[in-house]
Design a protein around this ligand. Structure first.
Ligand code: CTP
Length: 338
């Protein structure tokens, strides 16, 4: 209770596989329907039984959801269906007032509504689903770029694979997302750094925002008072990583980064190199020596490794070590930002 008024606690569940700004926007809207947002992350087993296997594991999905700035608490291994028993747990143990879901139908394998009981109990509220993005769409984008072996029959009649034949469907999945200034404002903190704040700058592609990104952003934020993240343009990313990177375009990547609780501000379309004119004069000779090295490392690590789970986490850990070691050089105040 605050000022004698009960705080409204809302619950939203989901798989949050390959978490994207549609999920972030759903949780942002859910949070606005109450004071505290509790998020249930559905277990791997329940997703397999209801939708088929997720790309990311429970731990990875949990790290992504916990990293969102609108999320207050998480419940791990949540069920897919809101059963009578689970509803009791939500109402009595977690003090939940409302259960929330997007306005798209969420059906169980038998065709019934997964939220039917919550609706019947009058404890259900709905938010608007975000158009133009879904986990299925992202998987589609990735698969449309994968080089698949073309299977053909040789003259002896046996099947032979011809590897590295580009998929025919390349380009079939184009982002449907239309960025608006309102959406960017909704995701923003709207506050600049305090007068003597230490502004930390980190740049990268942040493509297919994953648990490793959350970890590195957390570490970067701990080095100062205000975290500014530079997101490279699509052109810069594809120049350095080659086509088809990035999978998510600049505005999609920017919203994912902006939704992270450790991020204060983003530069939408940052230069590849951090130039000395971005830092105060007293650091400039030091930065002239170290920045090119740091930038190449930073950019290397932030252009992510998509689906190699172990690799993702390892890369992020390695990068954190590098950043911590060279913390001095990465913690500087950006001139143009003051
Ligand atoms: N959601 C949304 N907008 C999207 C995608 C999801 O508002 N573009 C909402 C869903 O309505 C749900 C929550 O995010 O309330 C979690 O969704 P999830 O269980 O992960 O699965 P889907 O609804 O199938 O979303 P996706 O296809 O992206 O996996």
């Amino acid at each position: 209770k605050k000022n004698g008024k009960k705080r409204i606690r809302v619950y939203m569940d989901g798989c949050f596989d390959l978490m994207h700004y549609g999920h972030a926007n759903a949780l942002r809207q859910a949070k606005a329907l109450g004071d505290e947002l509790v998020v249930g992350v559905v277990s791997d087993e329940e997703i397999i039984a209801n939708k088929g296997p997720p790309v990311l594991s429970m731990e990875e999905r949990l790290a992504l959801v916990s990293g969102l700035k609108w999320v207050d608490e998480v419940i791990t291994n949540a069920p897919y269906e809101i059963t009578e028993k689970f509803m009791d747990t939500l109402f009595n143990e977690h003090n939940i007032d409302y259960i929330i879901h997007g306005d798209d139908p969420c059906l169980l394998p038998d065709g019934t509504d997964a939220y039917a009981l919550a609706k019947k109990a009058g404890r259900y509220k709905q938010i608007k689903r975000t158009e133009g993005v879904s986990s299925t769409d992202i998987v589609g984008r990735i698969l449309s770029y994968v080089r698949v072996p073309e299977v053909s029959q040789d003259h002896n009649g046996s099947l032979c694979g011809e590897p590295h034949k580009e998929s025919q469907s390349k380009g079939a999945h184009v982002s449907q997302f239309l960025p608006t200034s309102r959406r960017i404002v909704q995701f923003s903190n709207g506050k600049g750094p305090a007068p003597n704040a230490r502004v930390v700058y980190i740049d990268g592609a942040f493509d297919l925002f994953h648990a490793g990104h959350v970890e590195i952003l957390k570490s970067a934020r701990q080095l100062g008072d205000f975290l500014l993240v530079g997101i490279h343009t699509d052109q810069i990313v594809s120049e350095h990583r080659g086509n088809p990177h990035p999978i998510m375009h600049l505005h999609e990547r920017s919203l994912s980064v902006l939704a992270c609780r450790y991020v204060d501000e983003v530069i939408i379309g940052a230069p590849w190199e951090v130039t000395t004119d971005m830092v105060p004069p007293k650091y400039s000779s030091f930065c002239a020596t170290f920045l090119p090295v740091l930038c190449s490392w930073g950019s290397y690590a932030c252009i992510d490794k998509t689906f190699d789970r172990q690799g993702n986490m390892l890369t992020a850990k390695l990068l954190i070590d590098i950043y911590l070691k060279y913390a001095l050089a990465t913690v500087f105040t950006l001139n143009h930002f003051k």
